[in-house]
Write a protein that binds this ligand. Structure first.
Ligand code: DGL
Length: 274
């Protein structure tokens, strides 16, 4: 493996700003790596679109990252992970590509005691049954329910992650899932990378006894293992992150920090056409 390849950034892709919740964990886990993030902000939401459309968008996004030079790609979007991972692997056979659903499933299975797991995600992720399959592959007797919580994506993109609208929305989606004490799940998976910033509102509805998990930390560990296995680890990078968006650079700079946990300089954001 040439050292040049090791020095390339890791590409991270989402429909919008949600993948920044994963990027935050990647940067923390792999501080010596550089990253190039692409948010397809012109075309989100992905979650309400057909899987054929999401697959096409994902192929275009990853082609752009590859064109710019990345050594691996994290599909930091559950909807795109559910719809496009096989197509991405076929289009880029030499490129290490990981999604967030298997890591999210692993986090859920590690956290559950009862085996009853609730997943909230986008319509597209729920429709394909990807979480159910990934969880059952790890724990065959798990009882998995998956529910779309589409409006959380719009709230997150709007930056309305706290307050009465977030809380009322969380009640509407989650109260029916956690109302039966005996058979209620003990784990809630945030199966959409836009959802973690809404965790306070979600916690208020589900109560303290439920473990809330997402894919960010387990995805970071899976990526660390994958690039080590492929001899692609780089420890001397500056931790620099570049950002590509397909629309709305100002909005991305304004709302992105809620997800990323640090400020994003407008000069680090470039608009790109896919
Ligand atoms: N953040 C994406 C996910 O994890 C999708 C949000 C959307 O564009 O609908 O599923």
């Amino acid at each position: 493996m040439s050292s040049d390849l090791r020095q390339l950034p890791i590409g991270v892709f989402d429909s919008g700003i949600g993948g920044l919740t994963v990027l935050k964990a990647l940067v923390a886990r792999l501080p010596g790596e550089d990253f190039l993030y692409l948010g397809d902000t012109a075309r989100l939401p992905y979650g309400t679109k057909t899987s054929a459309t999401v697959e096409r968008y994902a192929l275009q996004a990853v082609a752009e990252l590859v064109r710019r030079g990345v050594k691996a790609v994290v599909v930091a979007c559950n909807t795109a992970s559910a719809a496009a991972l096989p197509a991405l692997a076929a289009a880029h056979p030499a490129l290490p590509v990981i999604g967030v659903i298997e890591p999210g499933a692993a986090a859920a299975v590690a956290a559950t005691r009862t085996g009853r797991i609730a997943v909230i995600a986008t319509e597209g992720t729920v429709r394909g049954g990807a979480y159910q399959r990934a969880i059952h592959a790890l724990r065959g007797n798990a009882e998995v329910s998956a529910t779309p919580a589409t409006l959380f994506v719009a709230l997150a993109e709007e930056g309305w992650t706290r307050g009465e609208v977030a809380l009322a929305t969380a009640r509407r989606y989650l109260e029916p899932l956690f109302s039966h004490d005996q058979s209620a799940p003990d784990v809630l998976v945030l199966g959409c990378t836009h959802f973690p910033p809404l965790v306070d509102a979600i916690r208020e509805v589900v109560g303290q006894g439920i473990q809330i998990v997402d894919s960010a930390a387990t995805t970071a560990s899976a990526l660390a293992q994958l690039i080590q296995y492929r001899n692609l680890t780089h420890s001397a990078g500056s931790g620099a992150t570049g950002f590509l968006v397909t629309d709305g650079e100002d909005r991305f700079a304004r709302i992105g920090p809620v997800f990323f946990g640090r400020s994003i300089a407008p000069t680090d954001i470039e608009r790109v056409d896919l």
